[in-house]
Design a protein around this ligand. Structure first.
Ligand code: NAD
Length: 261
């Protein structure tokens, strides 16, 4: 099926590994002109080479918590690949912990990483989308926006602000042919999850396979998502065929979220 994104310039932030990498790979395979970033120039170039050995992916260092870095990245993308049609806002996750664990500085860092990063990237790409009367924005969040996770108070809180911003903005952008949606990502087998499981196993003496099994015990499918399963949902939302979908937060979670509507 033609997803209608061939030749369109697409940005995926925080794409050197994990879910961001899988999304970048998927958009490239559907023919998007791809630009990716992460903090390390070396890592993001290596990621681009893994996706394609043709040197046709623009891979640049950019720290999404730094506005000038985002501005430089977007303007390089525009000048080298043309006006931006697709933006996927991904970033690292904030640290785990409870209310007492975080001072103002920690809250502000999470705000910059998981809220302002997206606001700033959207601000930089919107002029292109408005001029073309076509645009797709997808914000990568977490199931924690639908069902708070006990030890993730920063994620539970800051990501909800992003959902509120996106829903509000979606109404404003809807008449312009620009959609904005969010993915509520469920437990996904990435390096981050493997590291977390390894740490827990070392701390508790529980074998790593059992730690991983416990992690997915609340997931009806009893397994992690593969990153490509998250990427496929993103591909759908940025595609032409999702043209009447805006302002939603799509769970991709193996049934983890318990509510009905
Ligand atoms: P990951 O650690 O495997 O990958 C994170 C990527 O973000 C890497 O490429 C890293 O270099 C990049 N990155 C981190 N901080 C950055 C910054 N300041 N600027 C630019 N790039 C930066 O993580 P993942 O598992 O792929 O998760 C991606 C996002 O999805 C995170 O926000 C995570 O909290 C969220 N999430 C993950 C899961 C899961 O189960 N894996 C579930 C729900 C939500």
């Amino acid at each position: 099926m033609d997803m209608g994104i061939k030749g369109k310039t697409a940005i995926v932030t925080a794409a050197s590994k994990g879910i961001g990498f899988a999304i970048a790979n998927r958009l490239y395979s559907e023919g998007a002109k791809l630009a990716i970033c992460s903090r390390s120039g070396e890592n993001i170039s290596a990621a681009a080479r893994k996706i394609s050995d043709k040197g046709d992916i623009l891979a640049l260092p950019c720290d999404v918590t730094d506005y000038s870095s985002i501005k430089d990245f977007v303007s390089r993308v525009r000048s080298e690949l043309g006006p931006i049609s697709i933006l996927v806002n991904n970033a690292g996750g904030p640290p785990a912990g409870y209310f007492e664990d975080f001072d103002d500085e920690a809250w502000l860092r999470a705000f910059e990483l998981n809220f302002l990063s997206a606001v700033r990237a959207i601000r930089e790409v919107l002029p292109d989308m408005k001029a073309n009367h076509w645009g797709r924005i997808v914000n990568m969040t977490s199931v924690s926006v639908k069902q708070p996770i006990d030890n993730l108070i920063l994620s539970n809180s800051i990501r909800l602000a992003l959902i509120g911003m996106a829903k509000t903005l979606s109404n404003q952008l809807a008449p312009l042919g620009i959609t904005i949606n969010n993915i509520a990502t469920g437990l996904t087998k990435t390096q981050r999850i493997e590291n977390l499981a390894m740490r827990k196993s070392t701390e508790t003496g529980i074998p790593i396979d059992d730690v991983l099994k416990n992690m997915v015990s609340d997931v009806p499918m009893k397994r992690f998502a593969r990153p490509v399963e998250i990427a496929d949902a993103v591909l759908f939302l940025v595609s032409e065929i999702a043209s009447y979908i805006t302002g939603i937060t799509l769970q991709v979670d193996g049934g983890y979220v318990k509510f009905v509507l």
